[in-house]
Write a protein that binds this ligand. Structure first.
Ligand code: GTP
Length: 352
């Protein structure tokens, strides 16, 4: 029997809220990516991105909460192996896999899994690592987060997002010099709303040359280690994820005020806010996205199909106490259906 043709796999990484989902949604709109299986790894117990992405493709798999680079590496391996088996049995058909990591993920251990597991190495071909860097908040993220640095260091292509925002204009704020220092070989492409000719996202394969054939764990580890700054688990325990699901629609004025106060008081420490929000007297919900102090205009989800009117929020925050989280909930006058507070040790121990 001829050897199976390996399926190209693209890893999309980038710091919290940088624009990974936006890029993937645009990608899926192109014929080139019509038959793509998307795997999303999200923080928080309540998936938001995959609900938004389902509008673009049915083939979206949500990995359970947690982070691929530490606790979920085994799950990823099992999932990719299972997809191979089902593809070979002609139960499902796809030509490509796109894997979106959480914004806090260190891509090195994930790559290590993808490149060194013998089954995965035979059936998948790394088609590139695309790292999205936010033109507004990217420079600050690269200063303070080792995960952000490692994402850039391992990129084949760096997509510089949000270049349309006025806050991205000052030269002094540009993350380009840091990107060039961390990864002189990576190409940097400015984009707006993830729009990029689809061919720019294929055959990025520095891996083809550097890592062709199956690699031993030792050589993959060594190769990765030459490219990335050391992991620094110092600040990790300061970050936590807060997720709420609320049954009753919210009052628009209260929600606006709540957001304003939260941003004014703690904007810099709300690393990421995302939600699907149902407001009273509105037939459809809104997608709400915040990335540190930048709040993007709410997006009406006019085609929303889900029968329930539950609002869902996920916040990734730094240095918030239990009391502060409880006070936030009280201030919004919500009685959550579900509430999750996760203290995340998100990087875990790197194998790189
Ligand atoms: N103005 C502008 N907004 C953008 C651009 N790209 C993404 N956004 C907005 O930025 C917010 C975050 O984008 P996402 O695509 O959800 O970011 P993400 O990296 O998937 O976020 P996480 O998965 O939570 O880390 C959303 O409100 C997007 O609409 C862009 O090029 N320009």
């Amino acid at each position: 029997m001829p050897a199976p043709i390996p399926c190209p796999l693209t890893l999309i990484t980038g710091f919290l809220g940088s624009g990974k989902t936006t890029l993937i949604k645009e990608m899926l709109a192109h014929e080139t990516f019509a038959n793509t299986m998307v795997i999303v790894n999200e923080f928080g117990e309540i998936g938001i991105d995959h609900s938004l992405m389902r509008a673009s493709t049915e083939e979206v798999i949500l990995l359970p909460s947690g982070c691929l680079c530490c606790t979920l590496r085994g799950d990823l391996r099992d999932l990719l192996r299972d997809l191979v088996a089902r593809r070979l049995a002609a139960e499902i058909g796809f030509d490509r896999v796109v894997l979106e990591t959480t914004g806090l993920a260190d891509p090195a251990p994930i790559l290590h899994t993808l490149l060194t597991d013998p089954v995965l190495a035979e059936h998948y071909r790394m088609d590139g690592v695309v790292t999205v860097v936010d033109a507004v908040t990217g420079a600050a993220n690269l200063r303070r987060s080792t995960a952000a640095q490692r994402q850039v260091a391992l990129a084949d292509l760096v997509v510089l997002s949000k270049t349309d925002l006025p806050e991205a204009q000052p030269q002094a704020r540009s993350p380009r010099p840091q990107i060039a220092r961390l990864n002189p070989a990576a190409e940097i492409v400015p984009v707006v709303q993830g729009r990029l000719p689809p061919d720019r996202l294929r055959h990025l394969g520095h891996f083809d040359a550097a890592m062709s054939g199956s690699m031993s764990g030792v050589s993959a580890r060594a190769w990765i280690a030459t490219r990335v700054p050391a992991a620094d688990p110092e600040h990790l325990s300061r970050i936590r994820t807060v997720s709420w699901e609320v049954e009753a629609p919210l009052t628009a004025s209260r929600f606006d005020l709540w957001m304003d106060v939260l941003m004014a008081r703690r904007g810099a420490d709300v690393l990421r806010f995302k939600g699907i929000v149902h407001l009273q007297d509105m037939a459809y919900p809104f997608a709400v996205h915040g990335v540190q102090h930048i709040f993007h205009p709410p997006l009406p989800l006019t085609g929303w199909q889900a029968p329930d009117r539950h609002s869902r929020f996920v916040m990734i925050v730094q240095d918030f106490s239990d009391d502060e989280v409880a006070a936030l909930c009280d201030a919004l006058a919500i009685v959550p259906l579900t509430e999750h507070l996760l203290t995340t040790g998100y990087l875990g121990e790197s194998t790189a």
